[in-house]
Write a protein that binds this ligand. Structure first.
Ligand code: LMR
Length: 390
């Protein structure tokens, strides 16, 4: 049976976890995979999450199945955070709980394929390395559009819009709602508006990946672009994740929201989402969503979550500011958002930094800003600046 299988290369991003672990140097720096780290270099469980877990431990009475939509109250509570009050009341937008943002992206891709019609997904380059495999594996055709120039640190907005002129009605454009992964370079509000206009004029369907809401410039600001394009579009998909903004990573907690043309059509979409989820994971894991629901249903815990998220955001922003003042060639980092920015380093320089300095970043030059600490940010910046092109 397995004779024709070919050996697969390991995922280069996830392989970094093992490489960092194997390095015994105390000065090593893990700026690889996207997890938030505090000043001490740890990824502690949020206070509000611990408190919610205690409540669940004491009050949860059953582990009986919830069904393929997962925890419907979780999805209901996340909806206004993503779409605002008006969007939350829109019955054309339906949502289901998914195993993390990955599950939401994959479910979205399966929905696109199931809809027939050969809709294509336009994907910016560069993008998160798992986007193409995850969406493409559903059998959906992917078309690249230019997004970012690594050397000049700029969003290639005109070229992006030019490429999207080729989209047919019903084609999708995959956009990062905020905190672009891997570049940290987001669209400005004016650019979001222009994109929304194009989407409305051409009947393009936005497919928003919103995995870092709250870690760029705050929960509301980080959702502004998503809300603009979803409002402008007749139909839209939003893959949401709580993995980062609730620090729930391995609990795999997210949701897929879909906007249909009418409330009636939204019911049909919802039924299809349930059916598709059933064929993949049957039902999503409960614990993460139960935690988020408990936090959002308990006013003190919700307030604490918002405060903790602000603490994470402030730490990321202060590290960005510190890198930017270190050298003019790093100034752009303070203009960018979220966990990641990209350094214009060759893959050779990235690998060499691992051996010479114990600095572990993605092969693309993407580094996790939150992986730095006040103690090592200068060490990191010095090592990097020495290797930047003039
Ligand atoms: C990342 O980009 O580092 C994270 O989203 C983790 C992952 O699954 O790749």
């Amino acid at each position: 049976l397995f004779d024709r299988l070919e050996a697969q290369p390991s995922d280069s991003l996830l392989a970094l976890i093992g490489l960092v672990k194997a390095d015994t140097r105390p000065e090593k720096i893990d700026v690889g995979v996207g997890v938030y780290r505090d000043a001490a270099g740890g990824t502690p469980i949020l206070r509000c999450v611990k408190a919610a877990e205690k409540i669940l431990l004491e009050t949860q009475e059953t582990k009986a199945y919830l069904g393929s939509e997962g925890d419907a109250r979780f999805t209901e509570l996340i909806k206004p955070i993503v779409f605002g009050g008006q969007g939350a009341r829109d019955d054309r937008i339906v949502g289901v709980q998914t195993p993390g943002g990955c599950g939401a992206l994959r479910l979205g891709a399966e929905l696109i394929r199931a809809s027939g019609g050969g809709a294509r997904v336009f994907v910016g380059q560069p993008t998160w390395p798992n986007h193409n495999p995850l969406i493409g594996a559903a059998g959906v055709e992917m078309v690249d559009y230019p997004y970012y120039d690594k050397a000049s640190h700029t969003v290639l907005f005109d070229r992006m819009m030019g490429a999207l002129e080729e989209a047919r009605p019903g084609d999708l454009v995959l956009v990062h709602g905020c905190c672009h992964n891997p570049t940290g370079a987001d669209l400005s509000l004016n650019q979001w508006r222009e994109l929304a206009d194009l989407i409305a004029a051409r009947g393009i369907v936005p497919f928003v990946d919103l995995a870092y809401q709250g870690l760029g410039n705050g929960l509301e600001d980080d959702a502004a672009g998503t809300r603009l394009v979803v409002e402008a579009a007749e139909q839209a998909l939003v893959a949401q994740s709580c993995d980062k903004n609730f620090g729930l990573y391995r609990e795999r907690t997210g949701a897929l929201f879909v906007k249909a043309s009418s409330g009636e059509q939204a019911n049909v979409v919802f039924g299809n989402l349930i059916g598709l989820a059933r064929t993949m994971w049957s039902m999503p894991p409960d614990h993460g969503a139960a935690i988020v629901r408990t936090v959002l249903e308990t006013p003190e815990l919700e307030a604490d979550w918002r405060a903790e998220l602000k603490e994470m955001l402030a730490r990321i922003r202060s590290l960005r500011a510190r890198l930017a003042t270190f050298d003019p060639r790093l100034a752009y980092i303070d203009e960018q958002n979220g966990m990641f920015s990209m350094l214009p380093l060759s893959p050779e320089a990235v690998v060499e930094l691992r051996a010479s300095h114990g600095i572990y970043m993605a092969n693309s030059g993407r580094f996790n800003v939150a992986g730095l600490s006040d103690d090592n940010v200068d060490y990191f910046a010095r090592a990097v600046v020495e290797r930047l092109p003039e």
